[in-house]
Design a protein around this ligand. Structure first.
Ligand SMILES: NC(=O)c1ccc[n+]([C@@H]2O[C@H](COP(=O)([O-])OP(=O)(O)OC[C@H]3O[C@@H](n4cnc5c(N)ncnc54)[C@H](OP(=O)(O)O)[C@@H]3O)[C@@H](O)[C@H]2O)c1
Length: 254
């Protein structure tokens, strides 16, 4: 069977899935979709489209117009809006949907994690935990901390964040993968006393947690939003490939 697969991407997993399928299944058309947030994104193999669909109805219309047979939502665990839209569009069109979501970070002995349900809750807790913060939440959502004076922020993101920003704020433009050694050096150089991050999971950004553990720093960690109800989840690319095989969307050339 041949078909058209839409990968909602913007993540390492989205690119890895496109690479795993591209070329191996010549009869399968693969389109990866990116939101267009990053100025110079790492492009996946295969076809790429960039920009929003116009809500769940726009996505449903796109699935119909492009004859999509399956959708893999490989977006970032905190991109809850597009995941919600994908669940609605899949239900409306009957197109099978899988969420490809890497597991969250694993807490180990020595970690001083303070889990919170939202960025707002992180901002509320922060002034009681430290004065010099390494903020690694990406460039969106920093407005949740904008009212905090008396706290100095070093914020790391791929592209510069936009206002509103906290009064005492520095930006580090950088893109993972990072190393434990590099993260430790960064925490020491900036005299950081607390880390604020999201439970994104993934090897590329885990070294900051190892470094924080080594330096006995508290980590305010924002918990993930839930996966839309009833949508199957695969934790990795092989799991997503197995799901596609079960749909009989994949067949090797004979
Ligand atoms: N949130 C993070 O921390 C984070 C971190 C790393 C990478 N990313 C990636 O960056 C993108 C945007 O994240 P977000 O948190 O802003 O998403 P979001 O809040 O869930 O989505 C907001 C809107 O952006 C559009 N959109 C998001 N992802 C899209 C995609 N892959 N293709 C086409 N349109 C997309 C959709 O617009 P329409 O309603 O118009 O369709 C969606 O309604 C995602 O693709 C995600 O994988 C996010």
């Amino acid at each position: 069977m041949t078909g058209h697969l839409l990968i909602l991407g913007g993540t390492t997993e989205g690119r890895a899935l496109a690479s795993a399928l591209d070329g191996r299944y010549p009869a399968l058309r693969i389109t990866s979709s990116l939101a267009g947030r990053v100025a110079q994104p790492r492009l996946p193999a295969g076809e790429v489209r960039i920009g929003g669909f116009g809500g769940p109805d726009g996505l449903a219309a796109w699935l119909r117009a492009e004859g999509v047979d399956a959708v893999v939502d490989a977006t970032h665990p905190f991109a809850a809006g597009i995941s919600h839209n994908a669940a609605l569009a899949a239900a409306a069109t009957g197109v099978p949907l899988l969420v490809l979501r890497r597991p969250g970070f694993t807490r180990v002995d020595g970690d001083r994690w303070l889990p919170v349900p939202s960025l707002a809750a992180a901002a509320e807790l922060l002034p009681r935990r430290g004065e010099r913060v390494l903020l690694t939440i990406g460039r969106q959502g920093i407005g949740a901390f904008a009212h905090l004076d008396g706290v100095h922020f070093i914020s790391r993101s791929i592209d510069p964040p936009e206002p509103p920003l906290p009064p005492s704020f520095e930006v580090l433009l950088d893109r993972g993968p990072f190393t434990v050694h590099g993260e430790e050096a960064l925490l020491r150089k900036h005299d950081i006393d607390v880390l604020v991050t999201k439970d994104s999971g993934g090897a590329a950004t885990a070294p900051k947690l190892t470094a924080a553990r080594g330096l006995r720093l508290p980590v305010i960690i924002v918990e993930r939003p839930p996966v839309p109800e009833g949508v199957p989840v695969a934790p990795d690319v092989p799991g997503a490939v197995r799901w596609l095989e079960q749909l009989e969307l994949l067949e090797l050339p004979g």
